[in-house]
Design a protein around this ligand. Structure first.
Ligand code: GLC
Ligand code: CA
Length: 546
């Protein structure tokens, strides 16, 4: 491992700035608010932060519709605030990763404003157009947020493509000028000291050049990953030259492509966020069965061994909360949050923690459509109602899968608004404030927060948990997830009951091993063959033969 691979030993923390901490009491989190919490980040033990999009924005898709890539949105502060923040984070030993939406801008971006005026405008070719009569969309392509991916632009007799919201026109990456703009933007932030980028939506960049109808209108028009390679190659020099950590959001990426993109020599990414363990984008919103979960996660663990490095995550700003999705937020809120933490974090790779995950925050439990802010959720509600689905059913679905579930303010104290602000926040808080907040959890040795601190500490101090080979251990008991990490003869084993029922460890002998960490209050005997619901154990298998 070289110095430039510092991220292989690191733990990342994702900040959703709207909801982290509000420094000026307007109800919206901001950059000085992050700065006010640097000591908290340090106490957690994380090494870098990934801050979700905070550039000047049209505020349609929570900051992912950018109007100016070289400025901070006023709701988050100023460039001077950013400079102060990065200085404070660096001084505390934390690296800083920015989020960059490459696939689209806001329709309010000056490029698009110019582009839509006339076909011969130099910016016209920054975007993707097809002739349009203003009535029928050019083809059957659909946006990720629903409905046609095309919106008419009468001024030029065309329609523009938007893989996401109507207000997010897709950039035309075939155009070298677009590539140069993005290179310059990356350099501009690198000059301000950033340490890396999370490149948003990279699997969407390349569109089918024939503009023909596709079988699956939601995804099939942007799945040409070979065709994406030249776009990524265009970014590689600026990323490499500045020694930036490069994380790709790569929903739908296949293994062969991922291996190329992650290749330490030829590739461009250090880490890819893939979603094989999350069923989020599927119409069927139920979680994956354990067999599929084991298979999907192990597939990535094994495929990248000795080749590249995994990113480990179970939450982000686009997903429901893990304790509600994978865990049991009703009967075992604390224990299942802890179990999930051990389960994913001790696999091989760089773990990401999404703000509030370390407190075991569950879904938001919103009951009214007025509680929601996310455009995707509001669109979904409107479409479902129009299709005749009863409102209670739609609200039930949103309560399970809306992105707002993970976007509520971070609870710092049991006070009003969780100490996030003294002003009513832009979105409601998750219930359970009295017990689930930083102040209370910090002083409780059995809290989710304390458990996360222990996990981070272990992950960073035990070489086998960082560098060791991953091996899935077969269990007949389907609810168990058991894996081993081995490094130079040092073996560790993670046993997690991923269910709300009792399980057994009869199949493997753990008598010769030492129990290092458990989420049960009563210390279990290491030969205790009953595994309680959502119990998680970390064993050091000292005496195991190699
Ligand atoms: C990424 C972001 C998501 C956003 C989308 C469109 O998936 O994570 O929040 O809505 O890109 O920009
Ligand atoms: Ca604020």
């Amino acid at each position: 491992m070289t110095d430039t691979q510092w991220w292989r030993q690191a733990v990342g923390y994702q900040i959703y700035p709207q909801s982290f901490f509000d420094s000026n009491q307007d109800g919206i989190g901001d950059l000085p608010g992050i700065q006010a919490k640097v000591a908290y980040l340090q106490s957690l033990g994380v090494d870098f932060v990934w801050i979700s999009s905070f550039y000047a924005s049209g505020h349609v898709d929570s900051g992912y519709d950018v109007t100016n890539y070289r400025d901070v949105d006023p709701q988050f502060g100023t460039l001077a605030d950013f400079d102060a923040l990065i200085q404070a984070l660096h001084a505390a030993g934390l690296k800083v990763v920015l989020d960059l939406a490459l696939n689209h801008t806001s329709d309010q971006h000056p490029w698009f404003q110019a582009a839509r005026r006339a076909k011969d405008d130099p910016h016209h070719d920054y975007y993707i157009w097809q002739p349009s009569d203003g009535q029928t969309p050019p083809n059957n392509w659909e946006s990720v947020f629903g409905d046609s991916a095309w919106t008419a632009n009468p001024a030029t007799g065309e329609a523009y493509l938007h893989s996401f919201a109507v207000a997010q026109p897709d950039l035309n990456w075939e155009n070298p000028a677009v590539q140069r703009e993005m290179q310059a933007i990356i350099q501009w932030w690198a000059d301000r000291g950033v340490d890396g980028f999370r490149l948003d939506g990279v699997t969407h960049l390349k569109k089918n050049a024939d503009f023909a109808d596709v079988a699956d209108p939601r995804t099939d028009y942007a799945r040409d990953f070979a065709g994406t390679a030249p776009y990524l190659a265009a970014l590689k020099p600026v990323l490499t030259r500045n020694h930036l950590l490069v994380i790709g959001e790569a929903g739908g990426v296949d293994m062969a492509t991922a291996k190329q993109w992650l290749d330490p020599e030829q590739g461009i990414f250090d880490l890819l966020l893939e979603f094989d363990h999350v069923h989020f984008w599927e119409a069927n919103e139920s979680k994956l069965p354990m067999t599929a979960l084991r298979e999907n996660l192990s597939k990535w663990q094994l495929a990248l061994e000795n080749h590249a490095w995994n990113a480990l995550f179970i939450e982000n700003h686009d997903l429901p909360r893990a304790v509600s999705y994978y865990g049991d937020g009703t009967a075992y809120p604390r224990r299942s949050a802890q179990a999930l933490g051990m389960w994913y974090m001790l696999m091989k790779g760089t773990p990401f923690i999404y703000q509030g995950q370390e407190l075991g925050l569950p879904n938001a439990h919103f009951h009214h459509i007025q509680d929601y802010r996310d455009l995707d959720s509001l669109n979904y509600y409107r479409r479902q109602l129009a299709a005749g689905t009863p409102e209670t059913a739609v609200l039930g679905q949103l309560a399970t899968k809306s992105r707002d579930n993970a976007r509520t303010p971070m609870p710092w104290t049991p006070d009003q608004y969780g100490g996030f602000s003294t002003h009513q926040p832009w979105i409601g808080l998750t219930p359970g404030l009295a017990t689930r907040n930083v102040q209370v959890e910090r002083s409780d040795p059995h809290s989710v927060l304390t458990f996360y601190q222990q996990l981070i500490q272990l992950k960073k101090s035990v070489p086998a948990l960082q560098l060791g080979r991953y091996e899935l251990i077969d269990t007949h008991d389907n609810q168990l997830y058991v894996y081993r990490r081995s490094y130079n003869g040092d073996n560790w084993q993670v046993v997690v009951n991923m269910s709300s029922h009792l399980a057994t460890t009869q199949e493997f002998d753990l008598t010769a091993s030492e129990l290092i960490l458990t989420n049960l209050r009563v210390d279990a005997d290491s030969d205790d063959q009953e595994i309680q619901p959502w119990e998680a154990r970390l064993y050091h298998l000292r005496k195991l033969e190699q």
